[in-house]
Design a binder for this molecule. Structure first.
Ligand code: M1P
Length: 255
């Protein structure tokens, strides 16, 4: 049975990780080497992930046969911490639809779908809006693009700013909704209530009394979905360029 507290850890610090680009290549699986390193790290400190994706996708990425993402970390935060687990047990969760309300949501999603329909981009696939518990994810190309199509769209978007322009329109059109738009991945952006960025996860660990909370992320620049938690005074932020970079910095600091 898992212990209920962290008294066995010699270092009273929490280390939180973004998922895509930090623990794994974007939308791909964690390597056995990274899992082994995290296992070693967990003997010393308390560890957690805080991802923007939903729990099913993050679990797929962070599990290898015989392991489970929720059990491999002390804290598991999906959808920026709107879905949260501590030592394998669920913590209180929040919902986007309760915050926005059905009527207002309908106006938002109708507008988004019309906007996507009018977009002239090289290819479109399917699932342009993904409704999640704590947010809505919007993708101009569609979420079931292949890995290659993702790379191509990301490169196209760097030149044409499709997502940035889309976000600007939504910010203006729905200015009274109290929503934040975050371009965190390759093909989409997340939409969630103001303040429900990755700092949301910190409310779940505030009472634990950690000496320090470290955060590792790759999108720590302003506008990136790691920015708020990286810049938050409650965390010590680390910017990484890849999972290999994460491993290198971890070894320097904690081993
Ligand atoms: O974790 C970063 C982002 O990963 C995905 O983005 P994309 O599909 O655009 O690469 C999404 O799950 C997104 O919600 C998340 O923020």
């Amino acid at each position: 049975m898992a212990p209920q507290d962290f008294s066995g850890r010699p270092i009273k610090k929490l280390v939180l990780f973004d998922v895509d680009g930090t623990l794994t290549p974007a939308r791909q699986s964690v390597s056995p080497e990274m899992l082994q390193l995290l296992k070693e790290l967990r003997k010393k400190v308390v560890i957690g992930f805080v991802g923007g994706s939903d729990l099913v996708k993050i679990s797929d990425q962070l599990s290898i046969p015989g392991s489970n993402a929720i059990d491999a970390f002390d804290f598991a935060f999906a959808e920026n911490g709107l879905i949260a687990y501590r030592l394998g047990k669920p913590l209180e969760s929040q919902s986007f639809i309760k915050f926005v309300g059905e009527e207002r949501y309908k106006k938002l999603v109708n507008f988004i779908l019309h906007y996507v329909a009018d977009l002239d981009i090289p290819i479109k696939r399917g699932t342009f809006v993904e409704f999640r518990n704590g947010m809505v994810n919007v993708s101009p190309i569609g979420r079931n693009a292949t890995i290659q199509e993702r790379h191509d769209f990301e490169a196209y978007d760097k030149v044409h700013g499709v997502r940035a322009a889309f976000v600007k329109v939504l910010q203006e059109r729905f200015a009274d909704y109290g929503l934040t738009y975050s371009i965190g991945g390759q093909i989409s952006f997340d939409v969630f209530p103001d303040g429900w960025d990755k700092t949301y996860s910190l409310r779940h660990v505030e009472k634990e009394g950690f000496e320090e909370i470290h955060f590792f992320g790759d999108k720590t620049f302003k506008g990136g979905n790691d920015y708020e938690i990286f810049a938050d005074p409650r965390t010590v932020g680390h910017t990484v360029s890849s999972p290999a970079d994460t491993a290198k910095i971890l070894r320097e600091i904690f081993f």
